[in-house]
Design a protein around this ligand. Sequence first.
Ligand code: NAP
Ligand code: ZN
Ligand code: ZN
Length: 352
Amino acid sequence: MATSSIRSFGARSASSALAPLTIARREPGPTDVELEILFCGVCHSDLHQARNEWHNTVYPCVPGHEIVGRVSRVGAQVGKFKAGDHAAVGCMVDSCRSCVNCQAGQEQYCTAFPTFTYNSPDKHTGGHTFGGYSTSVVVDESFVLRVPAGLDLAAAAPLLCAGITTYSPLRHWKVGPGQKVGIVGLGGLGHMGVKFARAFGAHVVLFTTSPGKTADALRLGAHEVVVSKNADEMRKHASSFDFILDCVSADHDINAYLSLLKLDGTLTLVGAPEHPLPVAAFNLLLPRRNFAGSAIGGIAETQEMLDFCAAHGVTSEIEIISMEQINEAWDRLLKQDVKYRFVIDLQSLRGN
Ligand code: NAP
Ligand code: ZN
Ligand code: ZN
C-alpha cells in the first residue's frame, strides 16, 4: 500500500532512550483524516509501554495518545472534517464497530479489542500502530475528535487521555453534589480528576505523597489535601468516602484507601502499575465496599468531555517541551516532578 515516511521519536527496546525514528504512515483512504500533529501530551502509559512494563510491547515503539493537530488532508468520503480544521486523536484509532460494546459507544471495551493509537496490530499496514510522538497521523474519521473553539490547543491535548480517563468514571459512578470524593495522586490524571470532581459539585479530597503539591491541589479545586504518608491524617477519614479514584502509576497500598470508603462506597482504579495490588478481603467485606476499574472512555463520551471542557473552561496545567527533551521529561515523571502534564510541541521535530 502507498505510504509516506515521516519523522518520529521512539524506543527500539525496553532499555533504550527515545531517539529519532523514521516511520511509514498510510496515504489517507476515502474515510481517513490526516493530521499534522501540533501537540502531544506525555502520559505515564507512554513510559510503561515503551519500557515494556505491561509485558506486551512491540518494537520499535512510538508512544503518544494525546494528539491535537491541524487537518492536512481528508479522504473523498469524509464529512466531519476539512483541511485546516483543528482536530484530535486519543488512545484509540479503530475498533470492530459491531460488537455489543462498540454498538453502545463503549469502543474502549470492544470485545475484539480496540486498535490503540500505538502498539496495536495495524490492519492497514500489517505492522503495528505508531503514536503521536511524530509529525503526522492518519486516522479514520470516526475516531477523530473535534476540538471546540476556545480551547487552548496545547492545554487541550492531555484531555484526550488524562481528561477522558478521569471524566468517564466520575460520570459513570455519578459523582456530584453531596458526595465526598477522593482523588489519589496529583499527576496528569489526578489533576484532571480534581478539576472534574470539583466541576461536578462534589466535596473533593486529594491524596498525595508529595507535601509540596498541597497549595497547587487547593488551587486546582480540592477542598482538602491529605498527605497519605501521615497515618493520623488518613485515619481521620476512615469509612467516610462515597467514591475514590486511584490515579497512581506505581506500587502503593490500596488497602489504605479501601478502608476510607463508607458502606457501598467504590474505589475505582485508573492507574495501571506494573505489579498486582494485594487486597485484604475484610477491607471489601466490611462494610460492603466495591473495588472497580475503568479505561479511558468511548468516542462519543470523549467528544462530550471536550465540549464540557470548552463550556466550563477546563484544560490541563501543562509544561511545554520540545521533542528532544522527552527523555529528561520521562525521568522527571518518575520522580513525581511534573506540573501537571508535559506536552510536546512537535514543531521541533518538523524542523521548520
Ligand atoms: P503521572 O503524571 O506520573 O502521575 C502519577 C502520580 O501518582 C504521581 O504524580 C504521584 O502523585 C503518584 N505516585 C507516583 N509514584 C507513586 C508511588 N510510588 N506511591 C504513591 N504515589 C505515587 O501519571 P499519569 O499519566 O497521571 O498516569 C497515572 C497512571 O494511570 C499510570 O499508571 C498510567 O498508565 C495510568 N493510565 C490509565 C488509563 C486508563 O485508561 N485506565 C489511562 C491513562 C493512564 P503524588 O506526587 O501526588 O503522590
Ligand atoms: Zn494515556
Ligand atoms: Zn467492538
